[in-house]
Design a protein around this ligand. Structure first.
Ligand SMILES: [Zn+2]
Length: 303
């Protein structure tokens, strides 16, 4: 059940492609969250898309794909850390009612003001240094359409994107036209873009979810002249920790934390991404605020 990202070039034309299929990592990301089916599907499509986008960028840092919603879903976040370490989460409004066939717009954008943001956060960012962020309106019937528009308008790369997700897998295909001067030395084939786009559009959702990327590439493009790159294995990893949770409590302030402790035995921070629970009792809280920011790093809770 290996998760695979496959990248390839069409040798006869300036077109590149990527196929991703996530199973183990995706199942870990949704385990114990109880997301309604349309929410899980949307988050899965975003996760596949984030992997496809991250694989295209020569950049040392994290790619974060985020939708700030104004409907029943108020937040969807996917993070791709270096070496394709993934995590994702969705936050629903309190008592949200979600139909089984709810659309992207119904879930996240009833007011029409929702945005989709793509952030590139460099590793070792200095204090005050801003990450790069591209923001687009959430216009379209699917996250694939939203991102195709983003790539065309903001990145000026003609792109086609197919995404699918269910409870078992999240998968996607990205095709991009490269600038004419790169590649295509041998025998430029102007029709390749249209042809491979039409071939990929014949793909059924079930096929995209069921087939291994290598098998899928063969199935779709067996008549094309492909150059494959070494496949990459994305994996789930959450970088939450007890010491990070402690810093969140320090940021809340002693008074606020004490007021929580007055009502219960401990203060609990639950990671939105992996559901790990970090509990701090009165003794822990006393130590935490006594030691302030000089917390010992805690390696025990990395996945
Ligand atoms: Zn976590």
């Amino acid at each position: 059940m290996a998760d695979t990202l496959l990248r390839f070039l069409f040798r006869d034309a300036p077109v590149r492609g990527e196929i991703v299929r996530l199973q183990a990592s995706w199942q870990q990301m949704v385990a114990n969250h109880g997301y309604p089916e349309p929410v899980a599907r949307l988050l899965g499509e975003m996760t596949a898309a984030a992997v496809l986008l991250a694989a295209n960028i020569k950049f040392d840092g994290a790619l974060i794909l985020q939708i700030q919603g104004n409907g029943p879903v108020r937040l969807l976040v996917v993070e791709v850390q270096p070496q394709m370490r993934l995590r994702a989460t969705a936050k629903l409004r309190e008592a949200a009612v979600i139909d089984a066939d709810a659309t992207l717009q119904q879930l996240t954008n009833p007011t029409g003001a929702a945005r989709c943001a793509i952030t590139l956060d460099p590793t070792g960012r200095r204090p005050g240094q801003q990450p790069y962020q591209g923001v687009v309106p959430l216009a379209g019937e699917s996250i694939a359409q939203v991102l195709e528009n983003y790539l065309r308008q903001s990145e000026q790369v003609e792109s086609r994107l197919w995404l699918a997700a269910d409870e078992h897998a999240a998968a996607g295909v990205l095709l991009q036209k490269l600038p004419q001067e790169g590649g295509a030395e041998a025998k430029p084939d102007a029709d390749t873009w249209d042809r491979v786009g039409a071939l990929t559009a014949t793909l059924k959702r079930e096929e995209l979810l069921a087939l291994e990327p290598t098998a899928l590439a063969h199935r779709l493009y067996w008549q094309e002249n492909l150059q494959h790159f070494e496949p990459i294995a994305p994996r789930f990893e959450c970088n939450c920790s007890r010491s990070r949770s402690g810093r969140m409590l320090l940021a809340l302030g002693r008074e606020e934390v004490d007021s929580i402790l007055a009502e219960r035995d401990d203060v609990e921070i639950v990671c939105d991404f992996c559901n790990t629970r970090y509990a701090f009792d009165a003794v822990d809280i006393g130590q935490l605020f006594a030691s302030g920011a000089t917390l010992k790093p805690d390696a025990s809770t990395r996945h």
